[in-house]
Each structure stands twice: as C-alpha cells, then as structure tokens.
Design a protein around this ligand. Structure first.
Ligand code: NAD
Length: 278
C-alpha cells in the first residue's frame, strides 16, 4: 500500500510530498489522466492557468468519489497578469475554472524581471490578499532565485510557503535549495525527470538494475529522499502508476550521492533571471 509522506509548510498547512503535474497535457486528455492518477492514489495536482487545463483538472476531481478537502490543488498566476488588478481577475478565473472556492496553493509562476522589473513585490502583496481572504490556503513562488526571495523578505509580510524550481539530477540547484531550507521555504522540484532526459543516464540505470526499480522510480525516489516535493507528468496509465510506486524501497546514501554528482547545471527550461514570460 502506497504511503505518501506529508510535508508541513511554514504556515502549518500540510502538502503531500508526491503529486501529479499536468503541464503539456492537452485539455482533452487531462480529465482522464487526472482520474487515472487519483485512482492510483495521487492526492496532489499541480496545474497553472497557462497550462490551459484547469477546468479539466476540476472536472476530474469533481467526478471522483473524493471530497475537495482530500485533494491538494496548486495553480499559478499567468505571466500576463502580474499587475495587481490583472492578478485579481486571473485568480478569480482560476477558481472558476477549477470549480472550487479555494486553492490549496497559489504561486507566482515566474519572477519575470525582464518584463516587469522588480514589480513581483506588488504581485506578491496581491497574493497576500488571496491568502488573507482564505481563497488561497497557502501562497508561494516559482522560479525565484535567492536574490528575488531576499527582496520579498525585506519588503512583504508573508514568507512564501514554497519555491517551485527546476530540479533533477542534471540540475541539482543546491544553492537555491540551501537558501530555501534556511528560510523555511519548501522546495518543489519541477521537471523532476528532466522531461525524461535523465532516464538513460548510465548511473541512474545501474542503480535501477540493482534495486529492481525503473530509472524513473529511482530518480523520483532520489528527490523524495532529498526532501523535495515532486509531481511528475505522464499521460500513460502504466507510467502514472509506476511513478507513484516508490514508497516501498530506499536508496542508500551512496546511491543518492552518486546521482547528485551527475549535476551539470543543465536547464531544460528558461533562466529565471532572463525570462520575460513570452
Ligand atoms: P517531468 O520531468 O515530469 O517529465 C515528464 C515526461 O517524462 C513525460 O512527458 C514522459 O515523456 C516522461 N516520463 C514520465 N514518466 C515516465 C516513466 N515512468 N518512464 C519513462 N518516461 C516517463 O516533466 P514536466 O512535466 O515538465 O514536469 C512535471 C511538472 O512540473 C509539470 O507537469 C508541471 O506541473 C510542473 N512544471 C512547472 C514549471 C514551472 O515553471 N513552475 C515548469 C515545468 C513543469
């Protein structure tokens, strides 16, 4: 029986450490994929307005036998909506699309310094409103570097509950992860499989052979043992079930270290200091 650990965020809210990501899942395929994930035991779904599939995520949750309170739902602010008035409209749209009165976690998707300068501070203050209203049970950021987080720390009231950043064996992000640990900000690792790029690595494959697990399971287990929150994406039912089946084995400290040293600082996505969100 799968048992997913919970992580307690800096505001006392609890998040399942393992979930399901729906980036690049076509709207027509999303409700089926999320239903498969819920049936397999996932209780945490990560979406965003920019993924274009919030409504289908909401539909799958509504169709399931689960209560709303049993599924942790994250969404994120569109890159086009950082200005406070726009952010309020975007958040209303997200709740409407999901068909829910609250999200468990709402994130600024990207800091976008090349587009809005340092205006992510006022965007964050707008998310603080959603938090105070209870419509976002937790608020956080995504793709923030330590220097962005320091600005929030100095100028705003609430410390982000999470920072969702690209992390996988080829991009271990130990500087950002250390900063977050020192400031009680939980790390969520996006593209935990490097969108599949790390699965053919000889080190990963040899650990997989030795443990009798698949490369994807080894990499996801590596994340979990490092303490990060993960939500791999797949539309293939067997892979959806395979990915969650990682709570019955443990990697040795040496295996974790062997995978960590594969780091090449290699991003699959944009550089947060340069990305303008378009
Ligand atoms: P991922 O690392 O989860 O890789 C997904 C791909 O890996 C799949 O398309 C498939 O090709 C392959 N895969 C999945 N399971 C497999 C298995 N068992 N065996 C073999 N191949 C397998 O990549 P992702 O979707 O980019 O990231 C996961 C989630 O992170 C997203 O769905 C989204 O929720 C989030 N995300 C957030 C941001 C952000 O800016 N905040 C950016 C990208 C992704």
């Amino acid at each position: 029986m799968t048992s997913i650990p919970d992580i307690t965020l800096n505001n006392g809210q609890v998040i399942p450490q393992f979930g399901f990501g729906v980036f690049q899942i076509q709207p027509d395929d999303t409700a089926t994929a999320v239903s498969t994930a819920l049936e397999a035991g996932y209780r945490h779904i990560d979406t965003a307005e920019m993924y274009g599939n919030e409504a289908e995520v909401g539909e799958a949750i509504a169709r399931s036998a689960l209560d709303r309170g049993e599924v942790f739902v994250t969404s994120k602010l569109s890159n086009d909506a950082h200005e406070p008035g726009e952010a309020r409209h975007a958040f209303d749209r997200t709740l409407k699309a999901l068909g829910t009165e609250y999200v468990d976690l709402f994130l600024i998707h990207w800091p976008l310094p090349a587009r809005y300068g340092d205006d992510f501070v006022q965007t964050w203050q707008t998310l603080e409103e959603f938090y105070r209203e209870g419509r976002a049970r937790s608020i956080g950021v995504s793709n923030f570097q330590p220097h962005h987080l320091r600005r929030l720390h100095g100028e705003t009231q609430i410390i982000p509950a999470v920072n969702q950043i690209e992390v996988h064996p080829y991009l271990t992000q130990d500087d950002v992860r250390t900063f977050c640990a020192e400031h009680q900000i939980a790390v969520e690792a996006w593209s935990p499989l490097g969108q599949g790029s790390v699965l053919g690595d000889p080190v990963v494959r040899s650990v997989a052979e030795r443990t009798g697990k698949t490369p994807a399971q080894v990499v996801l287990r590596w994340h979990v043992q490092r303490g990060d929150i993960v939500f791999p994406k797949s539309v293939t039912p067997d892979r959806i079930r395979e990915n969650i089946d990682i709570f019955d084995f443990e990697l040795s400290a040496a295996d974790v270290e062997d995978i960590t040293v594969l780091n090449k600082n290699e991003r699959t996505g944009p550089d947060p200091d340069k990305f303008d969100g378009r």
